[in-house]
Design a protein around this ligand. Structure first.
Ligand SMILES: Cc1ncc(COP(=O)(O)O)c(C=O)c1O
Length: 469
């Protein structure tokens, strides 16, 4: 057997019991997992999988178990867990150089990537500012928006308009514009004030309306706030079409358009946080393509490198960019950037990922075949026990579990109903994630028809098992 195949075969064999025990001790003793209650993590029985390999859309755990990754590395492994072309591009870049700062210098992968992204995004989004994560892209966009007003002589415009249930990341600026009580409440004393409108959450409508008969009170509210508060607003920041981590909450048809039109009419810049919904997740490379309006700033991350390396970008329009130009002494520089901003390896990964994501047949196939098959599968789950609502768009779905489907009463939080579904799915070879009692299905764009079928079967059985407990 050639050496590489022998090595791969060895990599995918289960680790020895001693080695598994050693890794488990290290994981339990030394790793502080994010967004994870460590006490229950350590008590979990069976213990959560510890991943040592991957193949296609599957994760391979140290005991040799395989899991279809229906969370795709938290929504970023757009091309599955082993996108070989992207990995090869990173390996090739490593042969050239791995890092050179973008602060005052240029480098080839960043120049190529900025050129490619702006060409794909189209005018006027003709500048790319790089960062390392989705949170940092949002952070940069917030500061860009504010500084834009400063340069225009309107420093009083420092309030952001954001939605309830919004999630924009975990750095403090991103948390300030975020609106998920569970994640953000603890940090309130550290945050800057934000103008907040309730999320247009149809299943639990804050205006107590029904989607079939409502007058889009949600859109009226955001229009009204924009009209009233425009002179103070730095920007409207919004996850377009679907609020992701805050509950996979789709916006009613026309909501987004009306919000963007209102912002435009009152001179309020619009920031689209496309960290989750961009890069093909909704079937288009950029979510804004679903609208015939472009935002002023667009934040991209997650699938930008197909999840192979951390990299994010803010795309900015010409009018934005121009306000930052001036003589050195005018101090219009954007004093912001991280050591690894525009990492050469990350840019090489993104270039290779975009070669695939933006290839002429790739996303049309996803829209024609994968997304309809995914929703046919999800439609079959609507009447399963505990399923209050199945919602989402493209290849992003959430199943809201409820104790009573008629009254939509939630389960007690501490019952961990969603987690029971995750554990049941694990036993059946599917990796899921929940946010509370919202079970997420966010697979790689490369999920096959048979994998969709498997996901549907496992979700159905896991719901039954968790309901019977
Ligand atoms: C809409 C949205 N914005 C921002 C972020 C933050 O991105 P990151 O986790 O890369 O910092 C996320 C992450 O899930 C997200 O879904």
């Amino acid at each position: 057997m050639p050496l590489v195949r022998r090595y791969l075969a060895r990599m995918q064999a289960p680790l020895s019991p001693d080695e598994q025990a050693r890794l488990r001790r290290l994981d339990a003793g030394a790793v502080w997992h994010p967004f994870t209650q460590m006490q229950t993590y350590l008590d979990d029985d069976p213990a959560p999988p510890l991943i040592v390999g991957a193949e296609g859309n599957w994760l391979i755990a140290m005991d040799g178990s395989r899991y279809l990754d229906a969370n795709c590395g938290y929504w970023c492994l757009a091309l599955g867990a082993r996108p070989h072309a992207v990995e090869a591009a990173v390996a090739a870049q490593l042969q050239r150089f791995s890092h050179s700062t973008l602060l005052g210098l240029g480098h080839q992968p960043a120049a190529e990537l900025a050129g490619k992204l702006t060409a794909l995004a189209g005018e006027p989004l003709n500048h790319a500012f790089f960062a390392d994560s989705g949170s940092e892209a949002v952070e940069a966009a917030l500061k860009l928006a504010y500084q834009y007003h400063v340069h225009r002589g309107e420093p009083q415009r420092h309030r952001f308009l954001a939605l309830g249930e919004a999630y924009h990341g975990d750095t403090l600026g991103a948390v300030s514009v975020g609106g998920v009580e569970l994640f953000h409440a603890t940090f309130k004393p550290l945050l800057f004030p934000v103008e907040r409108v309730p999320a247009p959450y149809c299943y639990r409508c804050p205006w107590s309306r029904h989607p079939d008969t409502c007058a889009l009170e949600c859109a009226q509210t955001i229009e009204q706030i924009i009209a009233e508060r425009a002179p103070e607003l730095a920007a409207l920041v919004i996850e377009p079409f679907i609020l992701g981590p805050g509950g996979v909450i789709p916006q009613p048809k026309d909501y987004l358009r009306r919000a963007v039109v209102a912002a435009r009419a009152h001179g309020v810049p619009v920031i689209f946080d496309e960290v989750a919904v961009g890069m093909g997740r909704l079937g288009r490379l950029f979510a804004f393509e679903e609208l015939d309006l472009k935002p002023d700033l667009v934040c991209l991350a997650k699938g930008l490198t197909a999840g192979v390396l951390p990299l994010s970008a803010v795309l900015a329009g010409e009018s934005f960019y121009r306000t930052f130009l001036g003589a050195f002494g005018e101090r219009k520089t954007f004093f912001h950037g991280h050591t690894f901003t525009g990492s050469a390896l990350g840019c090489a990964a993104a270039l290779a990922a975009l070669d695939i994501l933006a290839a002429p047949d790739f996303l049309p196939h996803i829209r024609r075949e994968t997304i309809p098959a995914f929703w046919r599968m999800l439609d079959g789950l609507r009447e399963r026990p505990m399923v209050g609502e199945v919602r989402g768009m493209g290849l992003m779905a959430g199943l809201e579990l409820v104790a009573d489907r008629a009254t939509r009463r939630a389960f007690p939080w501490e019952r961990r109903t969603g987690h029971r579904v995750v554990v049941a799915a694990r036993k059946r070879g599917v990796n899921l994630r929940t946010i509370g009692d919202l079970v997420l299905a966010v697979p790689p764009l490369t999920i096959s028809a048979s994998e969709i079928e498997l996901l549907g079967r496992v979700l159905g059985e896991s719901l039954e098992e968790a309901a019977a407990q």
